[in-house]
Design a protein around this ligand. Structure first.
Ligand code: DGL
Length: 281
């Protein structure tokens, strides 16, 4: 069934497993499409790396995904989007879709006039984020926090437990003390910590995950490219719906595939080992 109406595949990449939070949402809207996911496990985390290194990795991974047939590439990583998306767009002749720091919705929804932004050092230091702040958040207070160590924990498969609660507690406390009512998850790894962050932050705080909005953007772009399939129009939901599409995603990693496969299977159960491959790029 797959492939008969799709000319191009949708590539996604992240420093590791975080971009699966975007894949999960994109899959809901485009279940008939072939996805190629690349986790740069060997080089994660990107946050503390110098920008030029992240740009080099983004170029190598994009080249790889295009060689595998990607006709559009989603930079499913805030840090890589901030560092590399302009270079990628200048270098390759296909569309690139990046992450948007979700400052805009948080700033428009806040009732206390205070929002928290949890992201990597690379994202908070980047011009894309600062442009968003100037545009949408000039009249509210923004409490920023680098989520140091959180990406590493998710990459080790740790998404709950005391250790991570303590770390999240340290990062969220200054936001709560300032009366923030919305927290932007400015890194694609953080939706996997949603339950812990919600528990620590309490009921008065709403988390904003940009992945569904980015997935809508992917859908629009793919539709423009006339790649949309008849299958995407069907209204099937739940596990069966995911099962019906999982077998057309290929997962690559520059390192070990263990956590990648565990997390992908927590989204779509039963993906067979043959869909996971370690590659040396
Ligand atoms: N998921 C990446 C992001 O959105 C993680 C960055 C990192 O590897 O530090 O920023």
């Amino acid at each position: 069934m797959f492939g008969q109406f799709n000319k191009l595949s949708i590539g996604l990449f992240d420093s590791g497993v975080g971009g699966l939070s975007v894949w999960k949402e994109a899959l809901k809207l485009l279940p008939g499409h072939r996805f190629l996911y690349f986790a740069d496990t060997e080089y994660a985390p990107y946050g503390p790396r110098p920008e030029y290194e992240v740009v080099q990795r983004a170029l190598a991974i994009s080249r790889f995904l295009i060689s595998k047939g990607a006709g559009v590439v989603v930079v499913a990583c805030n840090t890589a989007t901030s560092a590399a998306i302009s270079t990628l767009r200048e270098t390759f002749n296909i569309p690139f879709i990046g992450m948007e720091p979700a400052v805009k919705p948080a700033a428009s929804l806040t009732r206390t006039g205070v929002i928290g932004v949890l992201a990597t050092k690379g994202t908070l230091g980047g011009s894309k984020y600062h442009l968003s702040l100037n545009k949408y958040a000039s009249d509210i207070k923004v409490v920023e926090q680098v989520g140091e160590g959180l990406v590493g924990m998710v990459e080790s498969g740790i998404t709950y437990g005391k250790e991570i609660e303590d770390l999240v507690g340290r990062y969220v406390s200054p936001m709560l003390e300032n009366n923030a009512d919305y927290i932007v998850l400015g890194c694609t790894h953080y939706p996997f910590l949603k339950e812990v962050i919600e528990k620590v932050a309490g009921t008065g705080v709403t988390l904003i995950d940009p992945a569904p909005a980015v997935a809508r953007q992917i859908f629009r772009r793919v539709r423009e490219m006339d790649m949309i399939s008849q299958v995407s129009g069907t209204k099937v939901r739940g596990v069966d719906y995911y099962r019906s599409c999982y077998n057309d995603t290929m997962f690559y990693s520059s390192g070990d595939t263990k956590v990648l496969s565990d997390l992908a299977r927590s989204i779509v159960p039963g993906i067979s080992d043959s869909f996971f491959e370690s590659v040396d790029i």
